[in-house]
Ligand binder design. Structure first.
Ligand code: ADP
Ligand code: MG
Length: 357
């Protein structure tokens, strides 16, 4: 697979703090890439540097092997779909889409028939045929999203950057637009770099997932690798499916305020020690249940549970107040509820824990 975009040691600071702190990655051509990170981690800054709205303080951005320094945004061949869509409210759907072509500095399309045909092709690609004359103020959020995408794609970019493209949509529509974006991307055959703060969106959509943590790439890997082996405790925290404990590795155990967890040997190097166990790797047992040699337990008081159809998520309070979550997958009916404030043993296998440090 050929490389479309390569960043080396890209930094960008606003004042004393670095928004981007030595970014290195390369992206394959013809792929869907997710960029996941919490608010303030530098996602928008990174897109703006790639698009050319900001110059990096240091480092290089190579697009199809060529340095982009000094190349104007509209000459880069890189499309940008803004977080709030940024449509022109006084223009119709078709006029919004045509705008990108008509106002191009290089090679503007002035022939009305050519322009109309290109606009029609784009509206059909995003599933909006027949919406030409509608005002963009009188269509739904999902339709506005498609207009924004069509307006970008009509310029035939060689790569598309999308800044939280589903953030403005309601939850139901967000789910449907995920698969639509994937389908549209496959039809165009160019790389999409999709920024999101939602771990489920990033994992569901990306052929490759980049995780941004305080201006650095903490991990770049396939979804299942990120989910099953987060590279750092911070990545595990963003994923929202791990219980994390602070503490230290002492001999053959991880020791912290929550207790002493015997280890099975495997651990990954990290500056900040942490112990992580996935919500769905824990079973809830009575306090007198006998453990086998390969198991670890902790005691906690049941607080509440949430039923979501395929699973029940139960919340427990550890001594000291730390909340511990357990996800039990269901194949049939909802199991009987636990009793509030009753104490249980939460049990997992040593080998299922991730140990950092
Ligand atoms: P994200 O999109 O992940 O929420 P941003 O890239 O917007 O993150 O911001 C990263 C950091 O850079 C934040 O600390 C933010 O306050 C800062 N920042 C971003 N843009 C500017 C700007 N134009 N001026 C000053 N600080 C900025
Ligand atoms: Mg942002």
């Amino acid at each position: 697979m050929s490389t479309v975009l390569q960043l080396s040691q890209v930094t960008k600071s606003y004042g004393p703090s670095a928004a981007l702190d030595g970014i290195d990655f390369s992206l394959p051509d013809d792929a869907y890439i997710s960029l996941l990170g919490p608010s303030g981690s530098g996602k928008t800054t990174l897109l703006r540097v790639i698009a050319g709205f900001e110059e990096p303080d240091a480092g290089s951005v190579l697009f199809h092997g060529k340095r982009l320094d000094g190349v104007e945004p509209h000459d880069r061949g890189i499309g940008f779909v803004f977080q709030n869509f940024a449509l022109f409210p006084h223009l119709s759907v078709a006029e919004n889409v045509a705008f990108g072509l008509r106002n191009r500095k290089v090679d503007p399309v002035t022939d009305a028939r050519v322009l109309a045909k290109r606009v029609q092709d784009m509206l059909s690609l995003v599933g909006l045929s027949g919406f030409d004359d509608r005002a963009v103020t009188q269509i739904s959020g999902g339709q506005r999203q498609r207009v924004a995408l069509a307006r970008t794609l009509v310029t035939e970019p060689k790569m598309v950057l999308l800044d939280e493209p589903l953030g403005a949509l309601d939850a139901n529509l967000r789910g449907r637009m995920r698969s639509e974006l994937k389908i549209i991307r496959e039809r165009c055959g160019v790389t999409f770099l999709h920024v999101t703060g939602s771990e489920s969106e990033a994992l569901a959509m990306g052929d490759l997932v980049l995780v941004l943590d305080r201006g650095r790439i903490a991990q770049a890997a396939a979804s299942d690798v990120v989910y099953n082996s987060p590279a750092t405790a911070s990545v595990a925290r963003f994923l929202n499916c791990y219980n994390l404990f602070a503490g230290d590795v002492v001999a053959d155990a991880f020791v912290g305020p929550a207790g002493r967890f015997p280890l099975n040997g495997s651990r990954r190097k990290a500056p900040q020690p942490a112990y992580a166990i996935r919500y769905d790797r824990v079973s809830i047992r009575s306090r007198d249940a006998v453990l086998s040699d390969d198991e670890v337990r902790i005691e906690a008081d049941f607080i509440a549970s949430e039923y979501s159809g395929a699973a029940v998520n139960s919340f427990f309070a550890l001594d000291g107040g730390h909340i511990f979550e357990v996800e039990s997958h269901l194949s049939h009916a909802r199991p009987p509820a636990f009793v509030e404030k009753d104490r249980y043993a939460l049990v997992w296998k040593k080998e299922d824990a991730l140990v950092f440090g």
